[in-house]
Design a protein around this ligand. Sequence first.
Ligand SMILES: [Fe+2]
Length: 323
Amino acid sequence: MAHKVSNLNGDFGVIIEGVSREDLCSSEFRQQAHQLWIKNGGLIGLRGIDLNKLTSNELMDWSAHFGDVDHDNFVAREDKKVDGLPILRIGNTRDESGKSNSNFSKVPALRNDNDMRYNPKTRRPVWHTDSTFRREPPIGSVFHCRKAPPSGGETLFADTRSSLKKLDPEHRKKLEELEAVCSLAHHDKKISLYSPGYPTLNEKERAANPPNRVPLVLHHPVSGEAAIYGLNSSTCAIVPKGEIISATDLDVWDLEGKEDDSVKILRDLLPFMTAPDFTVKWTWQEGDIVVWDNRCTMHAATGFDDKNYIREMWRLTLLQSNS
Ligand SMILES: [Fe+2]
């Protein structure tokens, strides 16, 4: 079947329609998709009639073309794996015994498209870059829809190359001199403040997971393009590159889950970065596969009527690029 290729928002994001399972095995198609992914700001979606019958192994093979699939991201989530593979099931599904077998986080549904833009008062949607606290943050993720509710559950994406390009040069220069301090202990403590019972790191675990520092302006290793980077729930401070942080400050961030005021440097940019010019709303159909690049995009989840409908997504995380 002939493919239809369309852009999603200017040069950000692309969809290929009419894709079959067979296409996913073709090296020519894989190469074309990878090129489109890089060219269109790290966002590509595939849609086709038989993709809802894709096997977990087929999805693994496809994903491996974009990066190394992360096998180690399943601490305490073994029961959420698809077919024992490093594919995380996300949604509100249950196994035959009625036990939840997917990762579920309750987030508000969009009321309309204005809700896509970050609202500093509600701090919603939770726009972020993934896992910046890891020494090797993921290069991206693959998301595959198995079951979609009739409405809601869209995934939002923002193009952080274009927003950087539109910043005034003075502002950009300031960002280029800064880095984000990202700490797993801070991340877990912050979440435990609104989700009581969420496990936090003990002293030993904290010592084994020191903060990771990432640049606010990241140059993409393949395209060479610069993009705004580094906002995650683990981001506890923004500092000049290389600045030493005190143990007292780190204790406050890690043990109390308090964010340093400097994080506002990024948070205050979010309403601009998530303006309609830079964003895409992906409305899922069963079988859809979306690959996003964590180095030049941000994303956010939206909610759906989880009492009445089932949503099942499969997710793989990609580490360093193969290309
Ligand atoms: Fe995420």
